[in-house]
Design a protein around this ligand. Structure first.
Ligand code: SF4
Length: 246
């Protein structure tokens, strides 16, 4: 084989091209090295739980202002006012109670004077006889007493006359009246205070046959005869009293 000879100009151009190629290769290698693998990003540490916010401490209550001490004069004034208010309330309650318990007799007592009541007369009636009769009827009920309305029915008196008669007997100390609530209405119960003396009760009295009856007097002092220290009277009263009990 025959070896071709290359002129120097061509040889130089070939050398130049080769040098350019080498330079390109070197630059490519360098750029590869630079582009290294991206580092893996480490996962961020888990964020710790958010701390719970502590509740704020309660604000302390505002201190109460201590009341000012009252002066003696203020205390006395307050006491006086409280007493007056209490008295007014009591008076009001009393008035209300009296109004609720008011009866026709209460009106009569206000209408007539004490003297008019004591001397009360029912037309065409013997008031002494009537008084004795009323007392005898009431006495039969002893301490229990009887309703005035029952008495008026028995004597056929209207309630106005009957009420005034009861007031007359009360003023004379022969009976007492007790206010009671009967079937939702206030009325009076009559109770005997002084039982009338019955004639038959005196039949056995020792005085009727007493030999010293003429000299006997309440004013006498012992041994002069007097009912206040008479054994005969004492015995007679004891016997009569035991008879009544039976
Ligand atoms: S009270 Fe006696 S003493 Fe006088 S009159 Fe009568 S029984 Fe006689």
């Amino acid at each position: 084989m025959v070896k071709k000879e290359i002129d120097s100009e061509t040889a130089n151009e070939i050398k130049k091209e080769l040098a350019q190629l080498r330079a390109q290769l070197d630059s490519q290698k360098k750029s590869k090295k630079k582009t290294s693998k991206p580092k893996k990003e480490k996962p961020k540490k888990k964020t710790s739980k958010p701390k719970e916010e502590k509740p704020k401490k309660k604000t302390s209550k505002p201190k109460k202002e201590k009341p000012k001490k009252k002066t003696k004069a203020e205390i006395a004034k307050a006491k006086k006012e409280a007493k007056a208010a209490k008295e007014a309330a009591e008076a009001e309650a009393k008035a209300a109670k009296e109004a609720a318990e008011r009866t026709p007799e209460d009106d009569l007592e206000e209408q007539f004077s004490d003297e008019q009541i004591r001397n009360f007369q029912i037309e065409k009636m013997d008031m002494d006889k009537l008084t004795n009769k009323v007392c005898e009827i009431i006495a039969d009920f002893e301490d229990e007493g009887m309703l005035q309305s029952d008495l008026w029915k028995k004597l056929k008196l209207n309630s106005r006359d009957g009420s005034r008669l009861a007031l007359r007997l009360e003023r004379r100390g022969l009976i007492s009246r007790e206010k009671i609530l009967q079937k939702g209405r206030w009325t009076y119960k009559l109770v005997i205070e002084q039982a009338p003396i019955k004639l038959e009760s005196l039949v056995d009295s020792p005085c009727l046959t007493c030999p010293v009856e003429a000299k006997c007097d309440f004013e006498n002092s012992y041994p002069e005869p007097s009912p206040l220290h008479c054994q005969l009277i004492e015995d007679w009263v004891a016997v009569e009293f035991s008879k009544k009990k039976k």
